[in-house]
Write a protein that binds this ligand. Structure first.
Ligand code: HEM
Length: 232
C-alpha cells in the first residue's frame, strides 16, 4: 500500500506542476500536452503503470479493512479510538470519492465524453495544429458545478494524502517516535499543498484570473486566411 501510494503521490505532484503551466500561458500548456501526446508508447506505459498502481492500492486497502474488522470483531470495549484523526478514519470514504472523481476526470478531459465539443478545439502552435488544452480547461471550469466537483475531489485528495503520506513513512520504517510529530506536520503541509495547488486551476478560471483565449483558436477562419495568403 505504501509503495503504490508513493508512486501515485509522485504522479500527483508531476501532474500538478504540469497543470500550473496554464498560468504561464496557452502556448506553454498546449506545447506540454502536445509533447506528451507525441510519445504514445511512453504515454501508454505510464497509463498502464498508473492503472496497475491504483488496482494494487485498492486491493491492499480492501484487505486492510477486512483485517481491521476481524481484529476488532467484538468492537472497542471502551470509548472511541484514540489518536485517530478525521482523515485517518475517513481514508476509505475519501479514497472512494477521489476514485469517482478520477473516473469523471478521465471522461471529462481525456476521453472528452462529458463535452464532445472539446474534441474540435484546436490551437496553432509554431504553425502546427494542436489540441487546445488551454481553452478546453477554461471551458470545462467555467461551469461552477464541474469546478465545484473538482474542488471537492482535490480537497479530499489532499485530506487523503495528509494521512497517507505519514502512514507511508511509518509503513516503510522511515519514522521514529522522535520525528513523528514533525512528520505529521510535513504530511499535513503536503496535503494542503496538493489540495490548494490543484484547486488553484478551477478557482482561477471561476474568478476570471485565467480567461479563455479565443484569439489563439485554430478556427476555419485561420485556415481560410492561410489558404488565401498562399494563393497570393
Ligand atoms: C484541478 C485539477 C486538475 C486539472 C486541471 C487536471 C487537468 C488534466 C488535463 C487537462 C488532462 C488531459 C491532458 C491532455 O489533454 O493530454 C488530464 C489528464 C489526466 N489527469 Fe488530471 N487534472 C487535475 C487533477 C487530477 C487529479 C487529482 C488526478 C489523479 C489523482 C488526475 C489524473 C489524471 C490522469 C490519470 C489523466 C490522464 C492522462 C492520460 O492518460 O492521458 N488529474 N488532467
Amino acid at each position: 500500500m505504501a509503495l503504490t501510494g508513493a508512486a501515485l503521490f509522485a504522479f500527483v505532484i508531476a501532474h500538478m506542476l504540469g497543470n500550473w503551466l496554464i498560468f504561464v500561458g496557452p502556448d506553454a500548456i498546449n506545447a506540454y500536452a502536445y509533447k506528451l501526446q507525441s510519445m504514445p508508447e511512453l504515454l501508454w506505459v505510464a497509463r498502464l503503470g498508473l492503472l496497475a498502481m491504483v488496482g494494487v492500492h485498492i486491493a491492499c486497502a480492501v484487505s486492510l479493512i477486512i483485517d481491521n474488522r476481524r481484529a476488532k470483531a467484538g468492537g472497542y470495549s471502551v470509548g472511541k479510538p484514540v489518536d485517530a484523526t478525521w482523515a485517518s478514519r475517513s481514508m476509505a470514504l475519501s479514497g472512494l470519492i477521489v476514485l469517482s472523481f478520477i473516473i469523471f476526470h478521465l471522461l471529462h478531459f481525456t476521453t472528452q465524453n462529458i463535452d464532445p465539443s472539446y474534441r474540435t478545439m484546436y490551437a496553432s502552435l509554431d504553425g502546427k495544429k494542436v489540441h487546445d488544452v488551454y481553452n478546453m480547461v477554461v471551458k470545462g471550469f467555467s461551469n461552477p458545478l464541474v469546478s465545484g466537483f473538482y474542488i471537492l475531489g482535490v480537497g479530499l485528495l489532499g485530506a487523503h494524502l495528509a494521512h497517507g503520506v505519514q502512514s507511508m513513512f511509518r509503513s516503510l520504517g522511515l519514522s521514529s517516535p522522535g520525528i513523528f510529530p514533525l512528520l505529521k506536520k510535513a504530511a499535513l503541509a503536503f496535503g494542503l499543498l496538493i489540495g490548494l495547488g490543484m484547486a488553484a486551476v478551477p478557482i482561477s478560471v471561476l474568478s476570471g484570473v485565467v480567461k479563455a483565449r479565443p484569439d489563439i483558436e485554430y478556427t476555419s477562419h485561420h485556415i481560410a486566411n492561410a489558404q488565401h495568403a498562399s494563393l497570393e
